[in-house]
Design a protein around this ligand. Structure first.
Ligand SMILES: O=C(O)CCC(=O)C(=O)O
Ligand SMILES: [Fe+2]
Length: 212
């Protein structure tokens, strides 16, 4: 029987650990194709708390797409953390770049999201609709969970019937730069409504080329 070979991925780590310069990350689970990886020990509790504190005063209702309009697709609030000279942000961005195997300069910067009870991010793609024509497309995503959510708030992939529960310091990685576009389309995902508590997450979206 001829099995179709798997496409090469950007994520290149083997084994059960990722050793970045300053931290040992645990590979908890993988969905092989499209590649979705659940990671543990990505951030320390202190790093999570620091990122939340830095973001608190800056949160505004999330805007989506090029028109930047408030939309029912995403009811959470969000902010990009500016590229400030913050030691924690610099350290985390460097670690994230080593996990994602893409230089920091390809990153959009950390995007912080806060969901209150009932708030959600409906199923969407992280790549842009007309990606064929986009000069510098997004290629991969790391969503890091900054707190524990009592109930709800999972990152779910409806086509794969997969959902990842938010746990403080853990993360979910996925990529969508496959030749076979059907694989990219399987990365449809959303943030399920928070049921009890609230949810803080930090997203890094990577571009194919330098972005900043
Ligand atoms: O909040 C989540 O679990 C998902 C966030 C997300 O999809 C994004 O930031 O693009
Ligand atoms: Fe997303």
């Amino acid at each position: 029987m001829l099995e179709e070979a798997k496409e090469q991925t950007i994520f290149n780590h083997i084994g059960n650990k990722i050793r970045t310069d300053d931290r040992e990350i645990n590979i908890i689970a993988r969905f092989e194709e499209p590649l979705i990886v659940v990671l543990g020990n990505v951030l320390s509790d202190e790093e999570c708390d620091e990122i939340i504190n830095l973001s608190k005063s800056r949160m505004e209702r999330s805007k989506i797409g090029s028109v930047r309009e408030v939309n029912e697709m995403r009811t959470s609030s969000g902010t990009f953390l500016p590229e400030v000279n913050n030691e924690v942000i610099t350290r985390v961005e460097k670690r994230v770049s080593q996990i994602m195997n893409i230089p920091t300069e390809h990153g959009e910067g950390l995007h912080i999201l806060n969901y209150q009870i009932g708030q959600e991010y409906k199923a969407h793609f992280d790549f842009f609709n007309s990606d064929k024509f986009v000069k510098n497309p997004r290629i991969s995503t790391l969503v890091m969970y900054l707190n524990d959510v009592e109930a709800g708030g999972e990152t779910y992939f409806p086509h794969l019937k997969l959902s990842v529960s938010p746990q403080k310091g853990m993360a979910v990685y996925f990529e969508y730069f496959y030749q076979n576009h059907a694989l990219n389309e399987l990365t449809l995902h959303g943030g399920a409504p928070v049921v009890v508590g609230d949810k803080w997450a930090a997203t890094q979206w990577m571009r194919r080329q330098t972005y900043r």
